[in-house]
Design a protein around this ligand. Structure first.
Ligand SMILES: [Zn+2]
Length: 152
């Protein structure tokens, strides 16, 4: 694991930030700043344009949706099986509520699980940022051209 703090505005070389392959494709990496303590909440988001190759982009896309979806399908199947058994006890409105709850959970996952998904799938995620710097965390060694960028 290695944190790299870059000077903003960070202009990335045309190599995939995840695997180092040449890539001119741009992708927005979400970086969160602040805290969320339920009652007191202060958050700022930075959408940092980074190069990502086609292969890593699709890995990221499918990983972000398929992983939680697979887990959810299991939960839904279990819930439906239970519901079928106690069919008389669950009203259609309760069932509808359950469906909405599941959808809400997906939204929460997509919004707040971004960093974990980035780090696990791409091997890189945004850690923090300020007005003149941004910190990225790499699971392994960052691609060499990225280490040549101006750093704090
Ligand atoms: Zn790549």
């Amino acid at each position: 694991m290695r944190d790299v703090t870059l000077v903003r505005p960070a202009v990335f070389p045309a190599v995939c930030i995840a695997c180092g392959q040449p890539s001119a494709r741009s992708w927005k990496l979400k970086v969160k700043e602040g805290f969320n303590a339920i009652l007191v909440r202060h958050e700022r988001w930075l959408f940092l344009p980074v190069p990502l190759c086609k292969r890593c982009e699709s890995r990221r896309f499918f990983g972000a949706f398929i992983t939680p979806s697979a887990v959810l399908l299991g939960c839904v199947a279990g819930a439906l099986a239970t519901a079928a058994r106690v069919a008389d006890m669950i009203s259609p409105s309760t069932q509808l509520f359950a469906i909405f709850a599941v959808l809400a959970w997906i939204l929460v996952f997509i919004n707040f699980g971004t960093r974990q998904v980035d780090y696990r799938i791409l091997g890189v995620c945004g850690v923090a940022f300020s007005d003149d710097s941004v910190t990225l965390r790499f699971r392994g060694e960052p691609p060499a051209p990225i280490l040549k960028m101006p750093r704090v």
